[in-house]
Design a protein around this ligand. Structure first.
Ligand code: URA
Length: 239
């Protein structure tokens, strides 16, 4: 696509204004100032106007799903099990989950076709916060909670420090509700941390991802992210 059209489609300016921006030397493609509006660009090029990234014009979409239990976080499955993408029938574009939730985990899951953003949101380097509520067996004591918070060795690797809060205890049922905030996303990390502490998880829910919550979204439903939410995601991963 031509650069001026790309900028217009991305909502930066009208086509004519975009041509003016380009001619004025305010547009960079892959760190090089480009002054020809008809220069061809594609989604893989990094385009900036006045030093700020332009989000792709290629119909990038961003959804927040309130995932129900019983759905796997994959787009393809050889065993014909229910998949999260089965819940997105009305979505116009092919999207992928940003990280994974286990089939029995419920709660916030982002889906997008914006590969670079998804990659960064799941990379431990960007320390994106994921808040979980985990019902566990037994009543974790303060030392256990401290150990979980400080990082534990799981399968030979130390987990990053986490925030762990005891929200509730059910003395009769001998179970407890923990709020666990992670800034990394190792596979089945919450369940492994809890099991390794002697408190297996019976129910797991993700309250928020990067501060985004499902709020009034019914379980099994999804919504488009708002522009300010997308900009916030870009900002926290340095795009
Ligand atoms: N940790 C888990 O153990 N399972 C999930 O689904 C997410 C985080």
């Amino acid at each position: 696509m031509r650069l001026a059209k790309y900028l217009a489609k991305a909502g930066i300016a009208s086509r004519r204004k975009a041509e003016e921006l380009i001619a004025a030397g305010r547009v960079e493609v892959n760190s090089e100032v480009i002054t020809l509006p008809q220069t061809l660009v594609s989604e893989t090029d990094q385009i900036k106007v006045d030093g700020k990234n332009v989000r792709g014009a290629e119909n990038k979409v961003y959804y927040l799903l309130n995932k129900p239990a019983g759905y796997i976080s994959t787009v393809r499955d050889t065993h014909n099990r229910p998949k999260i993408t089965d819940l997105l029938n009305a979505a116009p574009a092919r999207v992928y989950p940003v990280g994974r939730l286990d089939a029995d985990t419920t709660g916030v899951l982002l889906l997008t076709n914006d590969g670079e953003l998804a990659f960064r949101l799941t990379h431990p380097r960007y320390r994106v916060k994921k808040v979980y509520r985990a019902w566990v067996c037994g009543l974790p004591d303060s030392r256990t909670i401290k150990n979980m918070s400080e990082g534990m060795i799981i399968e030979g690797e130390k987990t990053a420090p986490a925030k762990v809060k005891l929200l509730k205890t059910e003395l009769k049922k001998r179970s407890a509700l923990l709020e666990i905030t992670l800034t990394e996303g190792k596979k089945r990390q919450v369940k492994k941390m809890c099991s390794a502490s002697g408190h297996p998880v019976t129910k797991l829910h993700r309250e928020s991802f990067a501060g985004l919550k499902a709020d009034r979204l019914p379980i099994g439903s999804y919504r488009l992210l708002k522009d300010n939410e997308i900009s916030m995601l870009y900002r926290i991963v340095g795009l």
